[in-house]
Design a protein around this ligand. Sequence first.
Ligand SMILES: C=CC1=C(C)c2cc3[nH]c(cc4nc(cc5[nH]c(cc1n2)c(C)c5CCC(=O)O)C(CCC(=O)O)=C4C)c(C)c3C=C
Ligand SMILES: [Fe+2]
Ligand SMILES: [Fe+2]
Length: 360
Amino acid sequence: MFKGVDDFRHDQPVRTGILLTNLGTPDAPTPSALRRYLKQFLWDPRVVEVPRPLWWLILHGVILNIRPRRSARAYRTVWTERGSPLLYHTQDQCEAIRAYMHARYGEDVVVEFAMRYGNPSIPSALQKLEDQGVRQLLVLPLYPQYSGATTASTFDAIAQDFMQRRWLPELRLINHYHDFAPYIDAMAKHIERHWAEHGRADRILFSYHGVPKKYLLRGDPYHCECFKTSRLLAERLGLNKDEYMTTFQSRFGREEWLKPYTDHTLMALPAAGVKSVQMFCPGFAADCLETIEEIGEENRDYFMEAGGEDYQYIPCLNAEQDHVFALGALLEQHLKGWEPLAELDRSATRAQAERLGAEV
Ligand SMILES: C=CC1=C(C)c2cc3[nH]c(cc4nc(cc5[nH]c(cc1n2)c(C)c5CCC(=O)O)C(CCC(=O)O)=C4C)c(C)c3C=C
Ligand SMILES: [Fe+2]
Ligand SMILES: [Fe+2]
């Protein structure tokens, strides 16, 4: 009940909200759903840095007439009963992190997820959080390496939604976690488990989504952060320089992208005596079209046709427990400054977690 001018909304609990985001995926593996998705995605000036009148003509005149049908065919090969892999892995991650936070902070922290393009949209998730009384908002874009094309674009979408709102929450956006020790460790353990089961290969390739080379020349730190993740992961795994490589996948269009290219590298390796490879994608928090179909299938063919003998794809961390703990630790590090969570973190948390049965 409203009691006075200094007591506005006193009866609502003040909550901290966590918003997990990923890139997004079409609603269905059909040309019409792909057209809708690609139209929103490829019109984002953070993704395609081509001057607008010209890009509108290319997008509407060429790309949206060809690509939706081709991409729909690719999406059909990865689609499941639960829909797109990117969507259901993100759903699972959200549920696991919600359980993690609930065990520690009870009702004081709420967790939702959203997609930058497509559904569930960022505005719909922000509305859900506002409806739950969120006054402090921590956003974690599930991109370990920062890029303007991904992390900054997520910020744009939040800022655009905020333009329609009167009472903004406190906002913190996690920029990147490419060198966060628990994330490196979760990947290393995941790869070691694969080695324990399948043995090792001549070489392991760490393949990251590419961006046009001009983004690097214009100051985007993405390239550097990918190489740093690879180095830290290799150090943690005890790999020599000739036992691993960093490569870039998923080119789009004709211009030069970050090199070395994953596909060209795989075509050249057998002739250089590398007959077995293992592929891992440290930049993808969840398996999606670009990992399952492009790395798991398409690139396998390039390597085998060039004379390769053994090709293994190591899946992403998805909702694995070590990953959830790493992301949970990352979020908690960023929650620290926010009262009363700092208090809760020290004393009440343990008792609360016990009372709630510590689901995680
Ligand atoms: C056109 C330029 C593109 C840039 C730049 C780009 C950067 C970029 N993308 C990811 C992560 C993902 N991309 C995914 C799919 C995808 N990416 C592009 C284009 C660019 N990406 C397209 C056209 C598509 C759609 C699929 C297709 O038609 O080929 C996905 C998978 C989505 C899914 O539904 O499974 C992810 C994830 C990053 C991290 C990044 C820059 C660092
Ligand atoms: Fe992409
Ligand atoms: Fe692709």
